[in-house]
Design a protein around this ligand. Sequence first.
Ligand code: SAM
Length: 292
Amino acid sequence: MMKDIATPVRTQEILKKYGFSFKKSLGQNFLIDPNILRNIVSHAELTKDSAAVEIGPGIGALTEHLARAAGKVVSFEIDQRLLPVLEDTLSPYDNVQIIHSDILEADTKTIFAEQLADFEDIMVVANLPYYVTTPILLKLLHDRLPIRGMVVMMQKEVADRITAKPGTKEYGSLSIAIQYYMDAEVAMTVPKTVFMPPPNVDSAVIKLTRRNEPAVLVKDEDFLFLVSRGSFVQRRKTILNNLQTSLPEGKARKEEILKALEDTGIEPSRRGETLSIQEFGALADALHETFY
Ligand code: SAM
């Protein structure tokens, strides 16, 4: 077997061979520590019957570990300059499909149907480009792909917000948007020294596991997210105040909002950060009757 791509020496060799220069604007911080990669992949619990979907292979550091552990890897890379590099570095593996595309523009449904129809077990595993972490996660969730979960590296601050529990300062509409579909936990924190170049921020890997059912059953999911986003517009304000500002014609409908809060047993003086997803679900359903 060839030397791992993700050693500092081999990474330098590859970068030099192709005269590759990092683009900060594409979040290019490559992993140069095989131990971290093994650890990430072990959290994904892949077998040869699984497929892995990666966003941003870079020069293939994580991709090759996925290729060894999974039956197939489909990996989306936006940067055309990396295509010849990947063709070279991943040539020992015949189970990797690189797709040259911005993941945010990709027709993931069709690609899954064409590339991954044979796999019942599909995991998203990636060292994400940090500048688009949230849009990527929300797109993959909203595309309703048949995945078991995700093991993804991101800025630690975002990882803390995604996995936050009610009553903490990190808890907000992003926690709800993700935890609605997925159980979320921080799998590990990662030092800056394992990247080339080192990022300016701390990093963490989170593990998301799809729930059998959403965290709460509601009449209208989009409305749930509207209510939860609206409840955090100004974190220091009460839920009543925030809903009056954020819901359509909220100011004029104070009485209706108060009634929905009363019907669901939520004190109007509480702040959004104290409400569980279940409470947001009940509130959204009660408000739905009034607002639709
Ligand atoms: N997986 C590699 C590693 O761990 O060494 C590289 C990770 S690097 C943090 C992020 C990668 O995502 C880069 O290769 C970058 O070019 C790519 N990328 C950035 N934005 C993207 C997008 N919108 N769609 C697909 N790939 C993207």
